[in-house]
Design a protein around this ligand. Structure first.
Ligand code: PRP
Ligand code: URA
Length: 213
């Protein structure tokens, strides 16, 4: 996929690309992997909130009174898709400390690759918040599309999806299921292999984060 699809914002910042390369490396252990996922999520939070609204305010500096700017838009809800999405939450909260965190528990059935829901707990006012779904991997797109569907059914409207690596298959699936949802990704990879893993990807994000394999 040479061109960036209309529903994708590719984060090409050099720091992001450098950290992503170390993350992909098979020799990177869980401790460094976790640190990098957190740092990448923080950089993504910075880059993906460029469209947030500002309002004018007045501040008195030690020198004089001046007009300046503060965030004015809706409050934010960060929704990690369990379990790998958890690795991105802390980095986002470093920049958006007032955000609420909801959780959606989904796993891919290893045979069918279809998402299975096992947990959902969201902020009560989800419909009034800017929603950031976070998950390191967008592979078939089944998990992301299911999470978007659950969130919309519970009233969420303004949803963006932050992933570290996206496969073309997943981008297409999200575009078809939810054309209103913008995908922020650090990289668009080549394709999925026969087991539904992203190529070249980084392997199993959850296992590498939590050392379960
Ligand atoms: C991984 C990943 C995504 C999903 C992506 O989670 O974190 O949630 O797969 O695949 P998809 O786009 O084909 O749905 P996994 O199901 O391995 O669960 P885990 O986070 O508990 O490891
Ligand atoms: N989930 C992962 O963790 N990695 C992939 O490559 C695909 C799905």
């Amino acid at each position: 996929m040479d061109q960036v699809p209309a529903n994708v914002v590719l984060m090409e910042h050099p720091l992001i690309q450098h950290k992503l390369s170390i993350l992909r490396d098979v020799r990177t252990g869980s401790k460094v992997f976790r640190e990098l996922v957190k740092e990448l999520a923080m950089l993504m939070a910075f880059e993906s909130t460029r469209d947030f609204q500002l309002a004018e305010t007045t501040v008195t500096t030690p020198i004089t009174e001046t007009t300046t700017w503060v965030l004015a838009g809706k409050k934010v809800a960060v929704i990690p898709i369990l379990r790998a999405g958890l690795g991105m939450v802390e980095g986002i909260l470093e920049l958006l400390p007032a955000a609420r965190v909801g959780h959606i528990g989904l796993y891919r059935d290893p045979e069918t690759l279809k998402p299975v829901e096992y947990y959902c707990k969201l902020p009560a006012d989800i419909g009034e918040r800017d929603v950031m779904i976070v998950d390191p991997m967008l592979a078939t797109g089944g998990s992301a599309a299911a999470a978007i569907e659950f969130l919309k059914a519970r009233g969420a409207r303004n949803i963006r999806l932050l992933v570290l690596i996206a496969a073309p298959e997943g981008i297409k699936a999200v575009a078809a299921a939810a054309p209103d949802v913008k995908i922020y990704a650090c990289a668009m990879d080549s394709h999925l292999n026969d087991h539904g893993y992203i190529v070249p990807g980084l392997g199993d994000a959850g296992d590498r984060l939590f050392g379960t394999k």
